[in-house]
Structures are given as C-alpha cells and as structure tokens.
Design a protein. Structure first.
Lengths: 329, 364
C-alpha cells in the first residue's frame, strides 16, 4: 500500500499543550524572568512595526504639507527646489509596470522549472537542481545589478532592435538607438531575480500533490501532461498564486539592481524599450545624496507608499496561504 | 472478497494465453526512442541553414528559429504517428525543458561573468588595501575597508537580531497563546516582506533625522537587524516545532522548571537547525546595499569604529565602483562582487552542512 509521505513543510509535532493552571502559578523566578524576556522580544517586534508606520507617516505628512504639486499626479520630482514640487505618478507607473513585466516572464518559467524538478527531471538531476535554485536566491541584488548593467544591457540591444522592426508600430515596443537601460530591461532583470523564490515555493506546493490523485489519473490512462493538468495544477493553484505574490512583493521593493541598471527620467515615455522612467525604491537610492531636509522627507513619503503597496501584496499572499492551510487541514 | 481477488490473475491469465486479443486495437504506434534526438539535430541544422541563408548576424536568432522548428516538427510528427494527446504530452515536456534551459542560461552567465571578470584584479593587495589615495580611474586599490565594514555591520546586526528573534520564536512556540501571539505571528509575516529600502528609511527618520545621530555603521546595522529578525523568528520557530513533545514532557515530569527545560532540552535539540537559520539570515543581510546607501554613507578609507563616522561595505563598494564608470573601477566592482558572492555562498554551504550534520532527532 502506498501511503503518501507527510508534506515536508508541515510541522512534525504539534505545539505543546500548556496546562493553564500551572502557567498561572509559575512562581519560580527563573520562569518569570524567562517568560518576560521572550514575551518582551515579541512585543519589541510589534513596537518596531508600529514605529516604522508612525515615523514614516509623520515625516511623510511633513513633506506633503510643503508640496506645491499634487503628490499623486505631478510628473516631477523637485523636492529640493523652492517651491518644492514633487509627485509619485512616474514612480508608481514605473514600479508597477516593471514588476508586472517581471511577473509575466517569471511566473510561467518558474512553474515550468518547478514542474521540471518535481515531475520531469531525472532524480539525479532534480536534487542538485533544487539545491542550486535555493543558492541562487542568496545572490545579492547588487551583483544582479552589476551583471545587468554591464552584461545584460549591451546584449539586449539586438533583441530590442529586432522587436522594433517587427512590433515598433505598436508604440510601446518602439526602440531608438542607445543603451536600453529601460523599464523593460528592468522587468527582465527582476524576473531573473524573483525566479528562485517563485520556483521554490511552487515546487513545495507541487510536491505535496496527493499521490493518490496522480496515480488515479495515471491508472485511467492519462499522459504525464494530463496528470499535471488534472491533478497537479488544480491542487497547486492557490500555492502558485501566493508564490507569485511573494515574488511580486520582492520585485516592487527591489532597489539596487534597478538603481544600477535604469537610466531614470521623470516622464512616462510611450515606449517601454527606451530608457527613462523610475521606481520608488530606485528614486530613493539615486536621489538620496543630493537631497536636503525636505527632499529626504519627500523620499520618505514615497517610501511610505511603497511600504503600503508591499504590505497589501504580501498580506494578500499570506491570506491565500492561510486559507489554503485551513482547507488542507 | 479476498478469495476473488486472489483468483483474479488466474482467470485473466487463461484467455490471454489461449486466445490472444487483437493487439492493434490496444496498442497505439509510438515514436522510437531516438526520435526526439533526431528531430532536435534536424531542426538545429535547419535553423543554422535558415540563419545562414537569411544572413542573420545574431546566433540567438539562429537558436530561436531552431527551437521553433523543433517544437513544430515534434508536434507535427507526434500528432501524425501517436495522436493528439501524446503530441500534447510531448509538447508539454518540451516546454518544461525549455523553461529549465531558459532559466539556466542567465544564471550560468551571471556566475561566469562574475568569476571570469572578478579574478582579474583579485589578489592579496586587493584584499588588504583600502581605496585611500586611489583615484577611481587608476587601477589598484582594494576592498579591505569594505570587508571590515561589512563584517562589523553584519556582526552588530546579528548581535541584535539573533537573540530577539530566538526569544520571540521561543515565546511563540513554548508560551504563545491568545491574541498577542497571533499578532506577533502576523506581524512577523508582514515584516518578512518589508523592502530593505523602507527599513533604511525608518532608521533614517528615527535615528538620524530625529535623534540627530550621524551616519555610522551602527545605523546600518539597525536597519539590517530589522530585516534579519523575521527570518530568524521563522526558521527558529520551524525548528522548535520539530522538537518532540515527549522530551519536554519527560523533563517537566522530572520537576525541571520550564525555563531550564527550554534552555537545556528544547534548544540543544534544535540547535543545528537554529544555527542554520541564523546563518542563512546573515547571508541574506550581508548582500543588502539599500540601507547602507542611506545610513552608512560610504567611505574611501578604513574606519574600524562602527559607532562613529561613515563606513563602507562590500555591496556599497560595488555600487560606488560601478557608478565611477571606467574600466579600472569596473574591474574592482567585479572583484568585489566575487568576494561578496564567495562570502555569501560559503555561509550558505556551511549553514546547510550544519543542518545536515545536526538534523533534529525526531522519532520518525
């Protein structure tokens, strides 16, 4: 009889059941100190989170009260000028567009790799491969940035010229000469960067597919692809969605790789392939050193928007995961 | 019931032995095993031929044409011989392999570029000298000051984050019930997703703009600690949950106080996994550059004091050398990237080694 193995991520043993009466009567001084210490650490974490929200909001409010433009619709970032005029329209556009491009490239490829590791690769290849994917998640983002700026950008020129020849008429894929340090390049780079995390989460989910479902499909004469389509993908759908959201959260907040590769400008260009645009994180890192007091506050205000954005995305991802756990349990 | 099942093979055996079924209706023709390889070779040749004939300069385009030909020819041949379902299966297999290859190419290229360009200037001088007195356009100089900065900042961040993270995880697993524990769990999840630049902005607004301290390694460490805490909490929590409950019960039954049970029984059992988690977290923050740009400010000279004055760090150094924008500084950037990757990878490998060596002894 084949019993499917317990999923690797499930907790091996249930948490201990405390005896409430005993816990209340814990009079030993050692116990009290230890409880206070560990509870204090937990509370410290909450305090830090609250402090992040409060401090960013206070600084952002200060910046907004001095802003002469509309914070959400102004196409300009002159926070150090008098009068200060700045708005996040271009940054929001660039952040969202580059992250969406990254998702569009990374998610299908990541699903493919996850399926490759769990269902297609020979066993000898699968184990080291998943190991390598985990290691790649550890490559620092600045190294991706350096590689992107000095290797990827020059090599994308031909591809973009070709895209321009065939799809230039669409407008968004128009490309003029020059180093393509553009939003589209950022999207490709971010896709490579979030590939490991999306892959490893999807891989775990696919691995947990009930063995019985797969074997039942095989017994009915399904091909391998039909097994995947009928048993593996439906089971893993919510897991893949949450993995993608986690990847999206990474892509939205990525700083140094974008700051290294992008050639920023404060306008929304028609074409994604031509240089220009910017993202929240990139703008903070690039214009920080030239910023005065109010300029820093303005950057903090844009950082607050980014913070809220990533909170929403990550929160949604966690909620999907939590609901799935309940469903599975 | 069981008798019938035992009899079954005998029953089915007889008809197939005496009167064989018409095989054709049960068995679809299949492509021979060598077919995919032959098709691959054929389409590679055709792709090259088309590329040559059309005078396409880029070999990437040759490859794309060949790949397209391969997919189409496989689909066509398989549909003809094996039917549509098998053809779809072959198509899916091809696509999955393509995904794998597509992902491998940039990653191999990244590692190859870093290593091949990094070794050019990487030597003893590079590791033992700072950039003091070296113009960015000159060759020479080194990363010593950046290595010092990274080690100190990461060390302080670990000293802050590891105990807090560890104790929080102990609270969640050993004590945590009710609303507070649920809130902590939720916000640890939220904290995992904070972009590093936001953590940097928080420390900037709190430590530098409000309390009016200067830029220093310590400020950077605080931001790194914020990024590190949730990672440590998560991994430690997972490890503590793996400790068998019988161990705790046995210890408590012998009259050992709960805090000594945790310190002497629970933590030692899980210590391998906890160490792995902490080291992976260290590896993660060692490569963070965004908070460093905001808080440590960068420096060309050696500053051994993380509590005062600007410092450098390896990620920051790479950014700075890249921004200088000439051949000599690019060489230094690649060499520093190689040092950083080696550092992070060694931490990772050691951490995973520890995990394998001291895997928690569960009853399974």
């Amino acid at each position: 009889m084949d019993i499917s193995p317990a999923p690797a991520t499930a907790p091996g043993a249930p948490a201990p059941e405390p005896d409430p009466a005993r816990a209340k009567n814990a009079t030993r001084p050692g116990d009290r100190v230890f409880l206070a210490l560990s509870r204090g650490s937990g509370i410290l974490l909450l305090v830090i989170m609250a402090a992040i929200a409060v401090f960013l909001t206070v600084r952002a409010a200060n910046a907004l009260s001095h802003d002469e433009g509309n914070f959400f619709t102004t196409f300009e970032w002159s926070a150090n000028a008098t009068p200060p005029v700045f708005g996040i329209a271009v940054l929001a556009f660039g952040t969202v567009v580059s992250s969406l491009i990254a998702m569009a490239i990374a998610v299908p490829v990541a699903i493919g790799i996850a399926l490759f590791i769990t269902h297609y690769a020979p066993r000898k290849l699968a184990t080291p491969l998943s190991y390598v994917i985990d290691l790649l998640a550890a490559v620092p983002s600045i190294v991706y940035g350096l590689w992107g700026a000095l290797f990827l950008v020059p090599h994308l020129k031909d591809l973009y010229a070709w895209l321009n020849d065939w799809f230039g008429w669409t407008g968004i894929l128009e490309y003029h000469d020059g180093a393509p340090r553009s939003l589209f390049t950022i999207g490709i780079l971010l896709a490579i960067m979030i590939l490991p995390i999306v892959t490893s989460v999807s891989r775990e989910v696919f691995r947990q597919t009930p063995r019985m479902n797969e074997e039942a499909a095989l017994a009915l004469g399904a091909t391998r692809w039909e097994v995947i389509r009928m048993a593996v993908l439906p089971f893993g759908r919510s897991g893949v969605i949450s993995a993608s959201m986690l990847g999206l959260g990474r892509a939205l907040g990525e700083t140094m790789a974008v700051a290294t590769v992008l050639s920023p400008s404060f306008e929304i260009g028609k074409s994604l392939l031509d240089p220009g645009g910017g993202t929240f994180a990139q703008n903070i890192a690039s214009s920080f050193k030239e910023s005065g007091e109010l300029g820093k506050d303005a950057l903090i205000a844009s950082g607050l928007v980014l913070f809220v954005l990533t909170l929403l995305v990550n929160g949604a991802a966690r909620m999907i995961i939590a609901r799935r756990k309940e469903y599975a349990a | 019931m069981s008798e019938a099942m035992m009899d079954q093979p005998v029953i089915t055996d007889t008809p197939s032995g005496s009167a064989p079924l018409p095989r054709t209706s049960l068995h679809r023709p299949r492509l021979p095993r060598w077919a995919p390889y032959a098709l691959a070779a054929g389409s590679a040749a055709a792709g090259s031929a088309v590329g040559l004939a059309a005078g396409l300069g880029s070999h990437v385009q040759w490859g794309l044409i060949a790949a397209l030909l391969y997919v189409l020819s496989t689909l066509g041949v398989a549909t003809r011989v094996e039917g549509l379902r098998q053809a779809k299966d072959r198509l899916a297999t091809t696509l999955v392999w393509v995904c794998f290859l597509v992902a491998v190419v940039p990653l191999v290229s990244l590692v190859w570029e870093t290593v091949s360009r990094g070794v050019k200037v990487l030597d003893g001088t590079f590791l033992s000298h700072s950039m003091a007195g070296v113009l960015t356009i000159q060759p020479g100089g080194g990363v010593y000051h950046a290595i010092i900065g990274t080690l100190e900042q990461v060390g302080i961040a670990t000293a802050i984050a590891a105990p807090v993270g560890l104790l929080t995880a102990v609270y969640l697993v050993e004590y945590g019930r009710g609303r507070l524990a649920r809130a902590v769990t939720f916000f640890v999840d939220v904290m995992t997703g904070i972009p590093s630049i936001v953590a940097g902005l928080f420390v900037l607004s709190f430590w530098i703009l409000m309390l009016d301290f200067g830029y220093s390694g310590l400020a950077g460490s605080m931001a790194l600690a914020i990024l590190m805490m949730p990672v440590v909490v998560r991994s430690t929590e997972e490890m503590l949950k793996l400790v068998p409950n019988e161990l705790r019960e046995a210890s408590l039954a012998l009259g050992v106080p709960k805090w000594r049970t945790i310190l002497k029984v629970v933590l030692p059992t899980a210590i391998g996994g906890i160490a792995t988690g902490v080291m992976l977290a260290v590896a993660r923050i060692a490569g963070e550059s965004a908070p460093i740009v905001l808080l440590v400010f960068g420096s060309q000279v050696i500053n051994n004091n993380p509590f005062e004055g600007a410092q450098s760090s390896l990620p920051y150094y790479i950014y700075e050398q890249w921004a200088a924008g000439n051949e000599a500084s690019y060489d230094r950037a690649w060499a520093a990237a190689l040092v950083l990757i080696a550092f992070v990878m060694i931490l990772n490998l050691v951490a995973r080694g520890i995990a394998r060596w001291k895997a928690p002894k569960t009853s399974r």
